[in-house]
Design a protein around this ligand. Structure first.
Ligand SMILES: [Zn+2]
Ligand SMILES: [Zn+2]
Length: 885
């Protein structure tokens, strides 16, 4: 049995606050949680640890404070399968941490951790155990002599669990690393544990790690030698949910106060007293909801790639759980208010965004529900004809990867089919292989990794790159680092894919929506063709392929940016700023930027607005921008202190972190934004601005796409060619097109009507025959017939004619044209009394043509696109009636 010591009940909010207050009292700056989307680092998918936002300080670039504390929002996707299974895995969680950048070290870190747990939270000393790294004599001495922990409660652990990064000593990577010391809570002896020496290394569940203190004191050299770091750092992490579970006397994190409102909402909106979910599923929903709400709140829009894909997958996974439980309506979004309720105290911004979040989730779940409705029957139909496991594996892959059905949905469908267990096993193996191949491909094409530090950033002494690209597109520079893969090398040669770091560069690195520059870097001995430029912090990384010769570290090189392409990018970037001003002018000040992409071909701008834009609005926006272009307004760029910039009224977007100074880009008297991008000097250089698309990407978020300069001109020319093509077909000059098309349309309508009349006249003649040939049961006629090339309107008229011929009848008529299939049913009053109803009959027939229908007992109709199924449906109706009457 686990035994808990009764601790004073503290809420999650109280515990979080207590932690931050405690470290503030020890001289730490309390820093706000960074966004889940790390703004300065495009190589990382999500924020996964507290120290991530302190990478600069960690690498020795101190501005301001040397001690910090945070409660950091984190999102991890690597343990997705474990969520709900264990007591403590989450996708979204909060990490409490205290950090020292060359300030205090082990003695204070350990002392304060102990003080916080035992004096502030009053956890009894005897419930706490600790671990130290086996070779860390210093930490061991502090625990035993300073803290005076009982020797039996201190364990020494090895390279895997008590060194950061794990096993770094043996296997690398090179760079900062160090031993850890962990603090464990003892839930009490576990009867099921057979280990006579049960300690924190035992996995019976008795011990739970609550705090990890990392002492970053070494710089690992090539070959594994550990060199002492001149400036030592402290990085600690304590999972808030875990700590709260301990403090509230719970074993499972989901039983704590922060999950209670969310689980209550799951019961209220999903279970509703009739749909029963498994406990694990409820916990998965509660976990994923927090990840979804915070992810969208921090600007991630569900999509098919990168971060957006993670959001979409989480929403779909829980939609699937809900549908499998038997619900048919979209429900996930109804849980949002409960998450907001649980988390609004530390994150009040959730309250403003709640409606947008609801809308975005709703859209994803509704479209998934639709996908399921369409694809599930399709999958079953196709799977029925499959004989080989390989083919089935292919099919599963297509429906999983292309159409987005979840694995559990597919598993469920397969259960009802003819496959044996072995066949299914083999099919899933094929599927796994296809998935793996696909993941490898997408990994290769993605620059994102899950690591906090890429191999490169672990190299401590890379100097910042000086950026010259605001003034020039060419410069000379010195090669400071070369990498092949993530390995540092001294020399690169023809054919290799390489990363180059220079002391200074004119290449713009991707950020703020503007793509990285391309071009070349060449020395006397060789040339590298640069295909992309990225940056980590202030280090610019040029990605490219060695076109010829060799290049070495310390080479003098000539750096040349592809100037035409850069100019095209700048046209689009400056135009994006004017577009933003235009949107606020035309649509209103509620327009907020949600994201943008600027490359050489086009610009894309996402913003908050609740309705589709009208043609007039789009025209007004385009006019605003082109007026600005025509007046050749100056574009000024200045670096201001953050206070000056805010006072100037410049627009700043996202919860971005800015340094002490910011760059402000102003255009005319209508645009002023914080922006690090490269811009034109005059709006006149844009040449021409043309909007080419307007769409919704989520509820409340619209997307505009536009082109500028020569690209806009090309677009206009293409449109012109299309007009000329149409004019040629119609054999009129372009300026007479409208008149001609109007006339043609009128003429077509008239002809259609004539054809319809002729056809009806012909049918009229055959009505007599149809009526005579119909089955007769006593007084009642069962009239069924299927017509070719007839629409619903004419079908009604035919039915009216037939009705007049008899008193007691059931008439079922089918018809199809090139585009539509229709069924029309009329029943006489005496038959209704006998229980034959048109609307009941149509409910049976509509599914046969995969359509929908409805009506009254006297008359009902159904329509669909399945023209070839009408005949069979009408025949079926006849048989049904014969049986019934
Ligand atoms: Zn044990
Ligand atoms: Zn900008």
């Amino acid at each position: 049995m686990f035994v808990w010591v009764n601790l004073a009940m503290m809420t999650t909010n109280q515990i979080r606050k207590k932690f931050l207050d405690f470290f503030a009292s020890k001289g730490h700056s309390v820093i706000e949680s960074d966004s889940l989307v790390p703004k300065e680092d495009s190589t990382v998918l999500f924020t996964t640890a507290g120290m991530q936002q302190f990478k600069r300080q960690f690498l020795g670039r101190i501005d301001g404070y040397t001690k910090a504390t945070t409660s950091q929002k984190c999102l991890r996707t690597d343990d997705l399968e474990e969520v709900g299974k264990t007591d403590f895995h989450h996708t979204f969680f909060e990490m409490l941490g205290n950090f020292s950048f060359g300030d205090y070290f082990k003695r204070d870190a350990i002392g304060w951790a102990w003080e916080f747990l035992t004096k502030e939270l009053h956890i009894p000393m005897e419930k706490l155990w600790v671990s130290v790294y086996k070779d860390d004599k210093e930490a061991k001495e502090i625990w035993l002599n300073d803290i005076k922990i009982e020797a039996c409660k201190l364990v020494e652990l090895g390279d895997y669990s008590n060194f950061w990064p794990a096993d770094a000593k043996e296997k690398g990577p090179n760079g900062p690393c160090g031993p850890c010391s962990e603090i464990f809570y003892d839930y009490g002896e576990n009867e099921k544990c057979s280990n006579s020496n049960c300690n924190p290394d035992c996995d019976c569940g008795r011990f739970c790690e609550i705090w990890n203190l990392v002492f970053t004191q070494f710089n690992r050299q090539e070959g594994g030698a550990l060199e002492s770091l001149p400036s030592k750092n402290i990085d600690t992490g304590m999972g808030l949910e875990r700590l709260v579970a301990v403090m509230q006397g719970k074993k499972n994190n989901f039983n704590t106060d922060v999950f209670a409102p969310i689980l209550a909402a799951v019961e209220e909106y999903i279970e509703q007293g009739k749909y029963i979910l498994e406990l694990r599923d409820k916990r998965i929903i509660a976990d994923h909801m927090r990840a979804i709400v915070f992810g969208i709140n921090d600007g991630v829009i569900p999509s098919n790639e990168g971060r957006g894909y993670v959001m979409k997958k989480l929403i779909i996974d829980i939609t699937d759980i809900i549908l499998q439980a038997g619900l048919t309506q979209s429900t996930v979004h109804k849980l949002v208010p409960a998450v907001v309720e649980a988390m609004k105290e530390p994150y009040p911004e959730l309250m403003d965004k709640a409606n947008d979040i609801v809308g975005i989730i709703c859209k994803v779940e509704e479209s998934y529900i639709k996908v399921r409705q369409e694809r599930v029957p399709e999958f079953e139909a196709q799977a029925k004809d499959i004989q080989s496991s390989e083919k089935l594996g292919d099919l599963i892959f297509t429906f999983r990867d292309t159409y987005g059905l979840t694995v559990s949905t597919i598993q469920k469908m397969l259960k009802g089919l003819h496959f044996s267990t072995e066949e299914l096993e083999k099919a899933w193996q094929c599927f796994d292989q296809l998935m793996k191949r696909q993941q490898e491909q997408s990994r290769a094409s993605s620059k994102m990794t899950g690591d906090v530090f890429t191999g490169m950033a672990l190299d401590l002494d890379i100097p910042k790159t000086k950026f010259l690209g605001y003034e020039c597109v060419k410069n000379t520079a010195k090669v400071s680092r070369l990498f092949v893969g993530n390995q540092k090398v001294e020399e690169v040669q023809q054919g290799q894919t390489v990363q180059v770091i220079l002391d200074q560069t004119s290449f713009y690195a991707e950020s703020g929506g503007q793509v990285g520059d391309t071009g070349s870097i060449s020395s006397r001995q060789g040339k590298i063709c640069i295909q992309d430029t990225q940056k980590i912090d202030a280090v610019f990384i040029h990605h490219g392929i060695v076109e010829k010769g060799i290049l070495k570290v310390n080479d003098e090189v000539e750096v040349i940016v592809d100037e035409d392409k850069r100019l095209a990018i700048m046209r689009n970037h400056t135009a994006t700023h004017i577009l933003q001003a235009a949107l606020r002018k035309v649509l209103g000040a509620h327009v907020k930027q949600q994201g943008s992409l600027v490359d050489q071909d086009r610009l894309r701008f996402d913003f908050t607005h609740h309705k589709a834009l009208t043609k007039e609005q789009i025209r007004d926006i385009e006019d605003f921008v082109n007026d600005a272009v025509l007046s050749c307004d100056g574009v000024t760029k200045e670096v201001l202190s953050i206070e000056e910039a805010r006072e100037s009224g410049a627009l700043a977007f996202f919860a971005e972190k800015y340094g002490d100074t910011v760059r402000v880009v102003s255009i005319g008297d209508y645009s002023k934004e914080f922006c690090g991008g490269t811009h034109l000097d005059s709006t006149g250089q844009i040449g021409l601005f043309k909007i080419i698309g307007e769409s919704a990407i989520a509820q409340g978020i619209r997307r505009l796409e536009a082109k500028t300069g020569t690209r806009a001109l090309v677009y206009v020319k293409e449109q012109e060619q299309k007009l000329e093509h149409i004019a040629k077909i119609l054999k009129v000059p372009v300026n007479e097109l409208v008149e001609r098309v109007n006339m043609q349309t009128k003429r077509t309508k008239q002809l259609e009507k004539e054809v319809e009349n002729l056809r009806f006249a012909a049918i009229k003649n055959s009505v007599e025959t149809i009526s005579e040939q119909a089955e007769t049961l006593g007084e009642t006629k069962i009239i069924t017939h299927t017509f070719k090339d007839l629409d619903m309107g004419t079908l009604r008229k035919v039915a009216d004619l037939l009705k007049k011929k008899v008193n007691s009848f059931v008439i079922v008529l089918g018809a199809f044209t090139q585009e539509n299939a229709s069924i029309f049913v009329v029943v006489s009053d005496d038959m209704i009394k006998k229980g034959i109803k048109a609307n009941v009959l149509i409910d049976e027939l509509a599914p046969m043509i995969n359509g929908s229908g409805g009506g009254r007992p006297q008359m009902a109709q159904a329509g669909s696109k399945e023209m070839d199924k009408v005949g069979a449906a009408v025949q079926k109706a006849k048989n049904l009636m014969m049986e019934k009457i």
